[in-house]
Write a protein that binds this ligand. Structure first.
Ligand code: ATP
Length: 234
């Protein structure tokens, strides 16, 4: 469904991604794990069209999307869910959610999707008139997720959804991600929390300094000696 081939991204003279290739099957959860600065976010930004690759190709459902404008990529069905604190802090929860649908014109379906978000996260209905900044970290992550759902995507790109959350909320976020994969969404999950990521994902890639150093079934990587030492703290 989504395929990255030999992707290179530079910031100035520095290569943040140095030729990575990966494949995401429809309905699966694929995770990219790696330390701070490994290039995980850059990879998501390249898929969303927020950074321009130096070379390499990105394909989505048979169409080459590298070099396309971000809005076009969203319209094709790829939506990035940023880490929860990057909402519009002074806007209400309701308005934040609606920003997710700003490229759509199908008002009735938008209303149905909004109902769906509130059904899924009832607390957001309760707090819909409050400024996003007044919500807890976990609730803000729900708004970020809900905003993604409002774009009616096929693929979700999650950037560190567990960042800054208490362990109980981390499990809850994980549960939401798993449920959405079960409903047929395709998910790319970038995480520093390798425990969470490998528990959720079908397939995993380990990124170090812009290169993929290991890849395989998430289950297998969880048992891999190197991954256990370097990323799972076992
Ligand atoms: P983190 O978890 O800290 O976000 P990451 O694995 O997502 O790490 P990236 O944010 O993709 O890593 O960064 C990869 C490399 O590119 C790092 O060395 C980083 O310092 C550098 N970098 C990221 N964004 C920029 C930018 N806008 N300008 C210059 N260098 C950048």
């Amino acid at each position: 469904m989504l395929r990255i081939e030999n992707l290179v991204v530079h910031y100035g003279g520095v290569a943040a991604l140095d030729g990575i290739s990966l494949e995401v099957e429809e309905g699966s959860i694929v995770t990219l794990i790696g330390a701070n600065g490994a290039g995980k976010s850059t990879c998501l930004k390249a898929v969303s069209g927020l950074v321009r690759p130096t070379s390499g190709e990105i394909w989505f459902q048979g169409t080459r999307i590298d070099g396309m404008k971000p809005q076009r990529i969203v319209k094709m069905g790829i939506v990035q869910v940023p880490e929860g604190r990057r909402l519009f802090p002074y806007m209400s929860v309701f308005d934040n959610l609606l920003t997710g649908a700003h490229l759509r014109k199908d008002q009735e379906q938008i209303a149905r999707d909004l109902d769906g978000v509130y059904r899924y996260f009832p607390i957001l209905l309760e707090k819909r008139k409050q400024a996003a900044r007044s919500l807890s970290g976990g609730q803000q992550q729900m708004v970020a997720f809900g905003r993604g759902l409002m774009a009616h995507p096929k693929v979700f790109l999650f950037d560190e959804p567990s960042l800054g959350l208490a362990p109980m909320l981390v499990r809850e976020v994980g549960e939401h991600i798993r449920q959405h994969a079960e409903e047929g969404y395709t998910i790319v999950l970038v995480e520093q929390n390798a425990n969470l990521a490998l528990a959720l994902a079908d397939r995993a890639y380990v990124l170090e300094r812009g290169r993929i150093v290991l890849e395989g079934a998430a289950k297998e990587l969880r048992d891999n000696e190197y991954v256990r030492k370097a990323y799972l703290g076992i």
